[in-house]
Design a protein around this ligand. Structure first.
Ligand code: CS2
Length: 504
C-alpha cells in the first residue's frame, strides 16, 4: 500500500472544512473566492511551506481575495500532477521537537509547467491584476557564470533568449520556456508590450544580495538580446527587485510523512510538504505596486535587508553545509544526528565564532551569539528528518553564496580564515568520496549531486597530496582571487590533509 492509497484525495470537493478532524487547520482563505495576483516561479516544497503560507495568512488578515498564486514548476510536470487534481490544495505538516500539526493551504490557485503552459504563464505575468512575481529556483536555477553574469552558453537560456528576441519583434509568445530567467524576461516583455503596469519581482533564493543580483542579471541579459534595450529601459522604470531573507527548514517529503498526514486528515495529499515550526521572512520595502500585507502576519518589511540576509546565509546556511559534509562523511543520515556529535558541533561553533561573526553587523535587536545558538537548536530537532545528503547537494553553487564571502572578508581584514577553510576542506573531502564511489550512508551509496559534477570529479581524481590544490583551481567556484590567495590555499591544504589523514 502506498502512502496515497486507501483514502480519497484532498480536493475542493472532498474537503469539507466543517468536518475537518480536530487539530487540522483549514485553509485561511476560501479557495473558491480567490483570484490570482501573484506568480511564483519554482513551485518546490520551500515555496509551499513559506511564501505561500505568509501570502495566504496576509490575504486572510486583510480580507483581500486578490492574492491567489499561480505556481510554476521548474523542471517537470510532476508537481502539477500532484497539485492540479487537488485544486491546488495541499497540507503543511509542521514537525517540532515535541509537537506535530497539520494545516491546509488554499492560496495556490493554479499550477503550470512551462513545458506545456508557457503562454498561460506569460499571460499571467503580463496581467494587470498580477502585481508580484516571486522566485525560488535554487542557486543553480539562475544560470550565472563564474563572474555572476548570465551564462549565455547555457542551452536553455540561449533558447529562451532566441524566443525573447522573436517576441520583441512581435512574434507570438508560445515557445515553451526552458529556464526561469528566460521565462521571467519573456513575461516582462509581454507585460511591457501590453502596457500592463508596474511589477515587483522578489528573489527568494539563498543568494547574497539576491534582489540586486537578480536585477543585474535581468539587465545584463537584456544587453545581450537584439532590441533588448527598450525592454531594459522599461524594466528600469517599472520593475522593483527587493532583496529578501527567507528562512524555514523544509526537508524533502517522504512516504512516511504522507502516511502521517493522511491519518491526521483522512484524505491523501500528494502535494504535502513538511517544515520546522520556525519561519521568518525579511523583505526590503521596495515595491512597484500593491503587495500582500505580509507584515501583518509576521514578516519584517525593512529598508535594509542586507544584515539579516548576510547573518542568515553566513551563520545558518554555512553551518548547515558544514554539518552536511562532515556528517555524511561520518555516516550520519540526518543533520540532527550530525549536530549531536560533539566534535561536529564544536567545528560549527568554531566556524561561526572565529570566522563568521567578525564579518557581521548585527541587524537591529539581534544578538548574534543567541542567533547561532537558536540555529543549532533548530538543527537538533530530531523530527524533521532533514538529511545530510539533501543539504550537501549543489555545493559548487552554495558555498560561494554562504561561505566564500566570509573567507574574502576575513582575508581582506588580514586574518587567516582557518575555520572557514575547514568547511571548504569538508566539501572537498565529500566531493572526493562521492565522486569516487567511496561514500555510503546507512549502507546506501551516495553519489555527487552537483551541476558541476564532471568538472569536480575530474579535479578530485588523483593524488591526495595535491587534492586541495586541484580543487581550488576550479575557478568557477573560487574565483581568481581565492584561487590565487596563498594564505587561503595553505589553510585549505592543511585542513584537507587533516581530514583525509595525510601530511600537508
Ligand atoms: C539548506 C537550506 O539545503 C540547504 O542548502 O541550507 O535549504 C536551509 O534549510 C534553508 O535555507 C533554511 O531557511
Amino acid at each position: 500500500m502506498t502512502a496515497l492509497s486507501g483514502a480519497p484525495r484532498l480536493s475542493r470537493a472532498t474537503l469539507s472544512t466543517s468536518r475537518l478532524p480536530s487539530g487540522v487547520q483549514a485553509p485561511a482563505v476560501d479557495p473558491a473566492d480567490v483570484s490570482v495576483g501573484l506568480v511564483h516561479l519554482g513551485l518546490g516544497a520551500f515555496h509551499r511551506a513559506h511564501q505561500a503560507v505568509f501570502t495566504e495568512d496576509a490575504a486572510a488578515a486583510s480580507g483581500e481575495n486578490r492574492w491567489g498564486i499561480l505556481g510554476v514548476t521548474q523542471r517537470s510536470a510532476r508537481v502539477v500532477e500532484q497539485l492540479a487534481p487537488q485544486d491546488g490544495l495541499y497540507g503543511v505538516l509542521t514537525k517540532g521537537t515535541t509537537e506535530t500539526s497539520l494545516r491546509l493551504v488554499g492560496s495556490l490557485r493554479d499550477v503550470a509547467f512551462p513545458g506545456v503552459d508557457t503562454p498561460r504563464v506569460l499571460t499571467t505575468i503580463a496581467a494587470p491584476t498580477t502585481h508580484v512575481v516571486t522566485l525560488t529556483v535554487t542557486e543553480k536555477g539562475y544560470r550565472r557564470a563564474a563572474d555572476g553574469r548570465p551564462d549565455l552558453t547555457d542551452p536553455d537560456l540561449a533558447a529562451d533568449l532566441d524566443s525573447l528576441a522573436s517576441e520583441l519583434r512581435g512574434g507570438r509568445p508560445d515557445t515553451p520556456a526552458r529556464s526561469p530567467l528566460g521565462l521571467l524576461l519573456r513575461g516582462l516583455a509581454l507585460r511591457a508590450r501590453q502596457d500592463a503596469g508596474n511589477l515587483t519581482v522578489v528573489c527568494c533564493d539563498n543568494l547574497a544580495d539576491n534582489g540586486a543580483v537578480l536585477a543585474a542579471l535581468v539587465g545584463t541579459t537584456l544587453d545581450a538580446v537584439p532590441n533588448g534595450d527598450r525592454l531594459r529601459a522599461w524594466v528600469e522604470t517599472s520593475v522593483c527587485f527587493p532583496g529578501t531573507m527567507v528562512d524555514r527548514i523544509v526537508p524533502a517529503t517522504t512516504d512516511a510523512h504522507r502516511a502521517e498526514a493522511r491519518s491526521l486528515l483522512g484524505l491523501s495529499d500528494a502535494g504535502l510538504v513538511i517544515g520546522e515550526p520556525f519561519t521568518q521572512w525579511v523583505i526590503q520595502d521596495r515595491f512597484a505596486g500593491p503587495r500582500p500585507a505580509w507584515e501583518s502576519v509576521g514578516a519584517t518589511l525593512t529598508e535594509d535587508v542586507a544584515p539579516y540576509e548576510r547573518a542568515k546565509l553566513r551563520v545558518l546556511n554555512a553551518s548547515h553545509s558544514t554539518l552536511a559534509y562532515l556528517g555524511a562523511l561520518r555516516g550520519y543520515t540526518t543533520i540532527a544526528q550530525a549536530v549531536a556529535d560533539p566534535a561536529l558541533e564544536a567545528t560549527v561553533r568554531a566556524l561561526v565564532d572565529d570566522d563568521v561573526l567578525p564579518t557581521l553587523v548585527a541587524p537591529d535587536g539581534l544578538d548574534l551569539a543567541q542567533y547561532r545558538d537558536d540555529v543549532l537548536a533548530r538543527f537538533a530537532n530530531p523530527n524533521t528528518g532533514h538529511t545530510t545528503v539533501q543539504v550537501a547537494m549543489d555545493g559548487s553553487q552554495k558555498l560561494p553564496q554562504r561561505l566564500l564571502g566570509t573567507v574574502r572578508d576575513r582575508l581582506d581584514s588580514g586574518a587567516v580564515p582557518t575555520a572557514a577553510a575547514a568547511t571548504v576542506a569538508a566539501w572537498i573531502a565529500y566531493v572526493r568520496a562521492t565522486s569516487q564511489g567511496e561514500l555510503e550512508v546507512e549502507g546506501r551509496p551516495v553519489g555527487l549531486d552537483d551541476p558541476l559534477a564532471p568538472t569536480l570529479a575530474a579535479a578530485a581524481e588523483g593524488p591526495l597530496g595535491s587534492l586541495a590544490d586541484r580543487m581550488l583551481d576550479v575557478r568557477v567556484v573560487f574565483g581568481d582571487d581565492l584561487a590565487g590567495s596563498d594564505v587561503f590555499r595553505s589553510a585549505v591544504r592543511g585542513a584537507v590533509a587533516e581530514l583525509v589523514g595525510i601530511r600537508a
